[in-house]
Design a protein around this ligand. Sequence first.
Ligand SMILES: Cc1cc2nc3c(=O)[nH]c(=O)nc-3n(C[C@H](O)[C@H](O)[C@H](O)COP(=O)(O)OP(=O)(O)OC[C@H]3O[C@@H](n4cnc5c(N)ncnc54)[C@H](O)[C@@H]3O)c2cc1C
Length: 464
Amino acid sequence: MSTLGKDLRRVLRTDQVLDLAEDVSAYANDATYYIAKKNPDAVALPESTADVSAILKLASLNVIPVVPRGAGSGLAGGCTPVHGGIVIDMKRMNNIIEIDNRNMSATVEGGVVLGNFVKKVERMGLFYPPDPQSSQVCTIGGNIATRAGGPRGVKYGTTERYVTGVEAVMADGTVITPGGKVVKQSSGYDLTHLFTGSEGTLCVITRGMLRLLPLPPSKRTIVVACTNIDQAAGIVSEIIARGAVPAMLEFLANIAIMTMNNYIKPPIPVNGEAFLLMELDGSEAQLDVESVEIEDVCRSLGALEIRIIKNPEESETYWYARSRLYPLLTSVLKRVITEDITVPRNKLPELVRRIQGIAVSSGVLIGLAGHAGDGNLHPTILMGDIGEEMSRKAEHAIEEIIKAGIDLDGTISGEHGIGIHKSRFLELEHGSEQVAIMKSVKKALDPLNIMNPGKIWMEEGGNC
Ligand SMILES: Cc1cc2nc3c(=O)[nH]c(=O)nc-3n(C[C@H](O)[C@H](O)[C@H](O)COP(=O)(O)OP(=O)(O)OC[C@H]3O[C@@H](n4cnc5c(N)ncnc54)[C@H](O)[C@@H]3O)c2cc1C
């Protein structure tokens, strides 16, 4: 039993603390298994806000690093405990405290699994749009901490748009509740949205107050086969320019569709170099009008084939396959590195062209898929070989992709966050003045630097 474990057992029950090597090793990284691994010294499993506060009081008294963790599905190394210390595993704080259908709002604990919450609100005819493709496991606390998005970002925006308030435990154990159940607030600094996207570096989010919408009555899936990637990017841009806004608009290179065909029923012919997968939602009359508009754009730009799928079971297989794409790729390749570039939507065709050029010049295989409707691409380095030379080429390709995104007025992360994976590029995007402001906010709220140290920006000498 470690000393830290003993100390934690003074403020929590014995079964709320893990400190054996075989238990804590499960907390050494997130879904970016290839970036860095480090065991925490202990894991705490709080069951209440008071527990979280007690853990943080202990940590700040002894200057021990604390890393909040939801499901560990992050794709940036955000909950990897690079300095050891305590991982706070939020999984036991999984209560849906209230669904207030008269106010169209909900209050949930940070460890609530997104998919469970979505099922519950949909049974009540309500709708919570944020839909990271990890919804079966990821937590709402993790979504808030990363400003998670997903395919529906194109029409509905990402998590921050649905967070009206949080309960947060600060580094010294103080509990605060900025925001609330109101859908507008113009009173003081907006701490709710400072914490939204703070990646565990400012506080532990123990509760989220969320905004709900009415559940759209109908939906319809459209699949478009395109001659080439350039044409697909052009169609996305034109659909957006015409103001037809699908609820989801996914861009998939043929390698992605080939992989997804494991789940698409019946599988579709992979007759194009790229595909667009869309979902429209709304009333049937609205869906008819939007389908015609989208078909018109696709035909006028020379798409190979347009399939409108009205059978809900068949549609479901496409979206299930989409959500399984990343795990499917990781099961057949030695390493899969997903980037998260987002550019203004009219610059998507240019981004795609540049990434194709980078694949050729750097000699790495780059799969293209992403939530293209909101300009968010996930260029994915697909590695069957992880030898030194190939890893060097992959690093070079990542750098070039990042630079291309910034050069096109984009951002290095549309939804995954920075964590450690992209920390070396933060200043390239924001400039040193903005990063200095971010650091001074961090210093004001966490002067001992105990909250998830080593994340978002580079530490002196590197992050891990
Ligand atoms: C197959 C797959 C598909 C994915 N698809 C998407 C997608 O479509 N869109 C998308 O945005 N992401 C996607 N992701 C990434 C990931 O699922 C999201 O970033 C998600 O929001 C992480 O939630 P989590 O609970 O797993 O958080 P974790 O990975 O545990 O943590 C993520 C970060 O949030 C912090 N954190 C977690 N909980 C709290 C809390 N309660 N308080 C304070 N900080 C906290 C952690 O310290 C860390 O910095 C995908 C991942 C996988 C594996």
